[in-house]
Design a protein around this ligand. Structure first.
Ligand SMILES: Nc1ncnc2c1ncn2[C@@H]1O[C@H](COP(=O)(O)OP(=O)(O)OP(=O)(O)O)[C@@H](O)[C@H]1O
Ligand SMILES: [Mg+2]
Length: 279
């Protein structure tokens, strides 16, 4: 059997496939893909906390983790022991405080299991995450993408189409900006609007004296925003609470919303939502 048949076909194919995808997406008002050309810059942290912040504002939100080789969302929400329930050959997303969550991590028998899939298999799985998951009516679907511009970001961008928007995450170094620029060009080529750039790990405020140190130099977010004519959504400082909360499986925006970092993140969320979705 050809890979294409085995895996459910080309996500951008026409015919019945396209109709099923279109019908599934019609119930989702806003689609946001969190991506970056660089690994480890905080995409999953941003995706999880953005989804949670929107849910806390009363929006109906889905969080889809398409990092097939390194899904972080189950760990970041302490959902490692959860699995989606099946109903009429469809999957019901795992629930976390009002969020509807789906990740390949839920489908692995062992969290250390390596996913060894070629492109067509990945494309089929991501398409199923859209068509075979009972998301219901959503104000927002937030997608956590793996680093780079490979099969996973390409598949989700083709599936979601130009109605979706990309939230680009960078760290402040120019070395990161070189890779992250590729993601913005990738969006341009796919005609996916860029909602804006977030500069994460942007300086460290000493908890003792308050002095801000730019550990990773600075300015990549501004430079990217200027170069591509997109908005700099904001800067998130390095905050040990973010790392701790990620490891403990509690979104930091849930309980650290009043800290300087929490306020910086909330301002970014306001810019992204901008009253775009009615509840
Ligand atoms: N502003 C921050 N301050 C402190 N720690 C942070 C911050 N942002 C992210 N982290 C931590 O950095 C690590 C990497 O973050 P995360 O997993 O979100 O990155 P990623 O871009 O999704 O990585 P990958 O490319 O592997 O998917 C995590 O341990 C996270 O808790
Ligand atoms: Mg990640």
């Amino acid at each position: 059997m050809a890979d294409k048949e085995k895996c459910g076909g080309n996500p951008s194919a026409g015919g019945l496939d396209a109709v099923i995808v279109k019908n599934s997406l019609a119930k989702i008002k806003n689609k946001l893909v969190v991506m970056s050309g660089k690994g480890g810059v905080g995409k999953s942290t941003v995706a999880v906390n953005l989804a949670m912040a929107l849910a806390m504002e009363g929006y109906s939100v889905g969080l889809l983790d398409i990092d097939l080789h390194g899904p972080s969302v189950p760990k970041m929400l302490k959902l490692e022991d959860e699995a989606p329930e099946a109903e009429n050959d469809r999957m019901i997303p795992v629930s976390f405080g009002g969020l509807k969550v789906m990740s390949v991590g839920f489908l692995l028998r062992d969290p250390d299991e390596a996913v060894i899939w070629r492109g067509p298999m990945k494309m089929g799985v991501i398409k199923q995450f859209i068509t075979d998951v009972t998301w219901g009516e959503l104000d927002y679907l937030v997608v956590d993408a793996p680093p780079g511009t490979g099969d996973e970001p390409l598949t989700i961008c083709q599936l979601l189409g130009p109605e979706a928007g990309a939230v680009i995450v960078t760290t402040p170094q120019q070395v990161a900006a070189v890779d992250v620029a590729k993601s913005i060009n990738f969006c341009c080529q796919l005609e996916m609007p860029v909602v804006g750039v977030i500069e994460n790990m942007s300086g460290f405020a000493c908890p003792h004296c308050g002095k801000v140190t730019d550990i990773f130099s600075s300015g990549a977010g501004e430079a990217l925003a200027r170069k591509f004519g997109v908005e700099l959504l904001g800067k998130i400082p390095i905050d040990p609470a973010i790392c701790r909360d990620g490891d403990e499986g509690t979104p930091f925006i849930h309980h650290d919303a009043r800290t300087a970092t929490g306020r910086a993140f909330a301002a970014i969320v306001r810019k992204i939502s901008g009253g775009s979705a009615s509840k």
